[in-house]
Design a binder for this molecule. Sequence first.
Ligand code: NAD
Ligand code: KPL
Length: 305
Amino acid sequence: MTTAWHVLGAGSLGGLWATRLFRAGVPVRIILRTSERLADYHAAGGLGLVEDGQLHVYPVPVELPDASAPIRRLLVACKAYDAEAAIAGVAPRLIKGAEILLLQNGLGSQQAIAERWPKSRCVFVSSTEGAYRQADFRIVHAGQGHNWLGGPDHSVLPSWLAELGAAGIPYAWADDILGKLWRKLAINCAINPLTVLHDCRNGELLTHRILVHGLCTELGELLRVCNQAEAADGLEDDVLRVAEATANNYSSMQQDVRSGRRTEVSFLLGQACRTAQQHGLRTPELCGLLERLQAFLRHHRLPAD
Ligand code: NAD
Ligand code: KPL
């Protein structure tokens, strides 16, 4: 029998994955936090996905964390700061050797989870797809992108990758998933905090090249001391390319701040600064940026971690 995918976190990215898997005939179950959320879900009539302006609602089965069925494959699509606690809520149901796919941006949460559940097989995912919530259980597929998947221990290719292909989820296996995650983290560190502090779209950073250059220089040094030399190569050019390609967009951190939501700063710039400190590397531009960003967040009564 085909293994069911349990999806923890029915938000933007979790909804995008769950609906595509479900409509391809892959068994999927969404885990909702409370019976109130379960009632809201049934009232919404299912999980809606808007693609090219067209809404389709899919009756993806839902359950609570304390349901009885064992979990063999868990897709964790919560924010980085919620992921570990969310898994802990279903941990008694994880079978030995269960696969845990982690969709979180940044770094830090994945390692904490892999250490806490060593009997599970963690797969890290670096996603450049774009989705947002129009309403509860209504997801808009906003940007085409790609998903890189890989094991922290260079593990063998999982057999279920074909299910992603069948579901139209763009993917590739990455032998060097940590390099991919570090590269994305570095790009996010060079762009996202500045867009918050300057209250601007990504493209405006092209007029702040000296600031971007200083950050990219330190990020490149950090990647090299972390044995991620490949992720450091051409970083600044890539940051400028991304800022130009997404010139009219607001970064995800800027959107979080504008909507009064907690940011993932601790797993992005915070992680970069902590790692630099652990390696004894001085990164005054990055640390100064983190201090200014945290002061800004506190001033706006948002968590600074
Ligand atoms: P989101 O806020 O839209 O969704 C997260 C969901 O997790 C929410 O519905 C929340 O209620 C749920 N959740 C939290 N704790 C839970 C628990 N204990 N049990 C069950 N559900 C729980 O977030 P998102 O935008 O989908 O982002 C998820 C991750 O994917 C983040 O790390 C983000 O950076 C990354 N990411 C998102 C996008 C995107 O376009 N949205 C793209 C790339 C990467
Ligand atoms: O990933 C991004 C984000 O907004 O989080 C981009 C816009 C690519 C740059 O950091």
